[in-house]
Design a binder for this molecule. Sequence first.
Ligand SMILES: [Ca+2]
Ligand SMILES: [Zn+2]
Length: 418
Amino acid sequence: MRYKRKVYAKIIWMITALIIVSVGGYFGVDYLWHIDSSSSSTNPESSSSNDSSSSESSSSSSESSSSESSSSSIYTGLGSQSNPLYINDTSDDNLYLYSQEMVSEYGDSTLLKYGNFEILIDGGQGNDANNVHNMLESKCTDGVLEMLIATHGHSDHVGGLNSVGLSSISDINYIIDYGYVYSSSAHSNYASRRAYYVNRGAEYHPITDVMANDGNGLPKYYITSSLSIEFLETECYTSQTPDDPNETSIAMLISYNNVKYYIAGDLTGTPEQNIVNNYRDSNLVDDDDVVIYKASHHGSTSNSSNSTRILSFLDPDYCFISAAITDPNTSSSYTQWSPQHPYSNAVTFIRNYTGNNIFWNGTMGSISICSDGNTLTSINGAGRTRNYYTGSGLLVDPASEKDANLFSTVWYQQSRLA
Ligand SMILES: [Ca+2]
Ligand SMILES: [Zn+2]
C-alpha cells in the first residue's frame, strides 16, 4: 500500500514537472533573450541569427553594449583614424589622467578619461582593490569601462583587478593584457574577472595577437580622430609564462593631439632599447610634443628600468610615479630609504629631462593630470591618506604637499638629501 502510494505520488509529480517544463520552456526562450539583451553585452542580432562571422560579432558587441545602456559611450566606429571608436558625448574636451594612491608598498593603477570613455591601466595590489573601486565608482560613472589594460602578470598590477576593484563596472568593451598564465592568486582572480566580462561581451585580445596585426585587436586604436592609444613593439611580449614578467610589460603611447602619455608598467632596459630602435625613425614623438612619462617600475632602476636610452628618445616634460610612501618610523622590511621607491638614481635620470616636474602619488595622494590636447593644464594631488612623519616624529600635513613636486617634499629632503 505504501509502495503503491509512492508510485502514484511519483507519477503525479512527473506529470506536474512535465507541465512546468513545457510551459516554462515556451516562455523561457523569450525570457532568456530579454536577459541577454538587457545585460547590454550579448548581441541579440548575432545570437538570434546566423550572420555571426567573427569580425562582425566582435565589432557589434561593443556597439550593442553601448547603445543599450542609456548613459554609456556612443560608438561609431572600429578604431581607425577615419572611423574612430567614440564621439565625445559631453562638452568636456579635456583628457584626465588619474594615478591612484597606493597603500601596499608599490603598485600601479592609472585611469584615463575622455568624456565617458575610460581606460583603466592596471589595478594595483589586492590590498588596493577598494581604492581602485572608489576611483572607478567616482570617475567611471556610467559603469562601462571602455578599455582595460593589464600590463603584466605581477600582483601589484593585477591584484586589484578582482571582484572588489571592479565591483562598480557592469561591462568592459575591450580587454588587452599580457596573455600568459601566471601562477598566483592575483592572476587567477583577475583571469576569472576577465572571463566574467568576456562572457558579457567584452572583446579580449592578448598583446601578442594585437601586435601580430592580424585583425585580432589593433596596435593603434583611435578613440577620436585626435586621441589614440598605440601599443609599442618591445619584442618582449610572449604567450608563455616569462622568467621576468616586468620585461613583458605592455608599453603604450596615448596621444591627444600633441600631448603624449608614455605608460609601460614595469618595463626594463632591454625592451626600452627595442622601443627606441623600432620607433627612432617614426614620428611617435616630436620635438614640440608635451610628453608625460609614467616612471616605469615605480621609479626603480633594477634591470635598467628608466634608462637614459628611452628617456633621451621620449624627452619627457613631466613625470609621475606610482608607489606607496613608507613611514620612516616603521620597522617594515620595506625600509624607508633605499629600496623605497622611487630610487635616487631613477629620479636623477628622469630629472635630467623633466627638471622639477616629477610628481609622486606617495607624497601627493592620488594624482589628477588634466590636458586640453595642447598642453598640460593642471596637475594636483588629492592629499595622501597614509601618514608620514619627520625624523623627529612630527606628522607632515598631507595638505601641505598635495600639489608639491617631489623635490619640495619632506620625504625628499629627509630621504634623499639627508
Ligand atoms: Ca564609460
Ligand atoms: Zn610593479
